[in-house]
Design a protein around this ligand. Structure first.
Ligand code: GTP
Length: 211
């Protein structure tokens, strides 16, 4: 297969997290570079945009979810959003401990739905501009991300557009790496099948000659 065919041209990203942690603000900041304070947002929205990450273009679909619990009636809709996605950005607010506690539950659900570990996932701690209202320390976020084997960014969507870009950039990078790993595994499998087929043919031929 040629190099151009093997490049990942589009990716589907899902933004998850408790209500009010800043998911919509994050998506809008990434797409438009603007911070808009308030949103009427009680339904899921999929944004489409083209971005350059590491000098390569990629078409992104970004699903901005509404807060859903990992248990109860909302879980099946959450599961179908997870099935749809290639990469995940789990967000919490440093001013809301319950949003931090939801991160592990969401990660466990991703692993369960995808039935594999190592799914590209970035954890974003938002609202670090609100130092006075902080209830989750930076080192707690870092430790959780290390434990869950995810990349970690603490930022303020309100104040830092570049940090938002860096978090999404990292997620795209991880999704691309996963895509390459998947292609390699497929190549390996197809080479093994070819070898098995050739061996079977050889055996059949030698048996025919013996007779
Ligand atoms: N101070 C501060 N406020 C923020 C920041 N990011 C978002 N907000 C505010 O937090 C509130 C919630 O932001 P949203 O983007 O609507 O949060 P959401 O997670 O999409 O919320 P739901 O739609 O309820 O799921 C809004 O009032 C935002 O202006 C930030 O970095 N700093």
């Amino acid at each position: 297969m040629s190099e151009s065919v093997r490049k990942m041209l589009r990716a589907k990203l899902v933004v998850l997290g408790r209500d009010n942690c800043g998911k919509t603000a994050l998506c809008v900041r990434f797409i438009t570079r603007r911070f808009i304070g308030e949103y009427e947002h009680k339904r899921e929205v999929t944004y489409r945009c083209q971005k350059i990450v590491d000098k390569e273009a990629i078409e992104l679909e970004i699903l901005d979810t509404v807060n859903k619990e990992c248990v109860g009636p909302a879980v099946s809709s959450l599961e179908s959003s997870i099935k749809w996605g290639d990469g995940f950005l789990i967000m919490y607010s440093v001013t809301d401990r319950s949003s931090f506690e939801a991160v592990s539950r969401l990660k466990r659900l991703i692993d369960h739905v995808k039935q594999t570990l190592g799914i590209p996932t970035v954890i974003v701690a938002n609202k670090c501009d609100m130092e006075n209202g902080r209830v989750v320390r930076t080192d707690e976020g870092q430790a959780l991300a290390l434990d869950l084997r995810c990349s970690f960014f603490e930022l303020s969507v309100a104040e830092d557009a570049s940090a938002v870009e860096a978090a999404f950039g990292q997620l795209v990078r991880e999704v691309r790496q996963e895509f390459q790993r998947h292609l390699l595994a497929m190549d390996k499998r197809s080479r093994m099948l070819q070898m098995r087929h050739a061996l079977k043919n050889k055996l059949t031929r030698s048996k025919t000659m013996q007779w």
